[in-house]
Design a protein around this ligand. Structure first.
Ligand code: F6R
Length: 241
């Protein structure tokens, strides 16, 4: 794992955004694995800026998102579909048909997991996967204890994760209890992985990732088995490392 130390959230976003924009320019048909949450918002702002200034084109780019809440309609402002549109897709020239987010309102969720996983395979896999990290070490919504062999599946969110994500909702009761997420094996199949971490809240998780061994109790540690992972973390996130 390569570690890039940066000063703050802004620098993290710029360094990651530059790398992604460069990958897109070098491979206009790239398959990007994308994440939601607070961490990548600055990266998406960078990409929007770069699109406007440098004209980096997303016409032939395909995106696959890590996860979606179960029961959340794509039009719901708290859905990850909606997040991606508002934070990125509405502002660049992505083609709708090339955007993939798990369907949290599918009639048959098990079939949706198979369909999503199969879809990634048919695209030829993910070239570059962007990841945040949960305070409990989750990647995607793979909570502690998830087998590293897992593929796209339904998860019950931990209380810890629901609490962390309740900041986007009116109250914790409104945070869905389940989600669809790419599995750890799905994520590890990506050819390149970029994990971002910013802020003191992530410092314990980052220290555990960097200092301790591989364990299913700590999903992010699975990344140590991957050959092409870059971590971009700011000073606060590296406080205990
Ligand atoms: C989001 C995702 C999650 C987040 C993680 C960190 O699609 O899969 O793993 O990356 O929960 O969230 P933030 O960035 O909000 O701290």
């Amino acid at each position: 794992m390569e570690i890039i130390k940066v000063a703050n959230y802004e620098e993290m976003s710029t360094v990651a955004g530059k790398r992604i924009a460069e990958r897109v320019r070098n491979n206009p048909n790239i398959v990007l694995g994308l994440a939601t949450g607070s961490t990548p918002q600055g990266v998406y702002q960078y990409l929007i800026h770069d699109f406007k200034i440098n004209g980096t084109s997303y016409k032939n780019v395909t995106s696959v998102n890590l996860d979606e809440y179960v029961g959340m309609d794509p039009e719901d402002p708290n859905s990850y579909h909606y997040f991606m549109r508002k934070n990125l897709f509405d502002h660049i020239n992505m083609v709708n048909e090339n955007v993939h987010v798990p369907n949290g309102v599918a009639n048959n969720l098990d079939e949706e997991c198979i369909r999503y996983e199969q879809g990634i395979k048919e695209l030829g896999g993910i070239d570059l996967q962007l990841l945040g990290i949960g305070e409990n070490g989750h990647i995607g919504f793979n909570e502690p204890g998830t087998p590293f062999s897992s593929r796209t599946h339904i998860v019950t969110l931990s209380e810890n994760t629901r609490k962390a994500n309740s900041r986007f909702f009116a109250s914790i009761e409104d945070v869905p209890k389940q989600a669809i997420t790419m599995g750890i094996a799905t994520i590890l199949d990506s050819r390149e992985i970029l994990l971002l971490a910013s802020g003191e809240k992530k410092a314990k998780a980052v220290a555990r990732l960097l200092k301790q061994g591989i364990s299913e109790d700590f999903p992010a540690s699975s990344l140590k088995q991957h050959k092409n992972v870059t971590i971009i973390a700011d000073q606060d996130a590296l406080k205990y490392s």
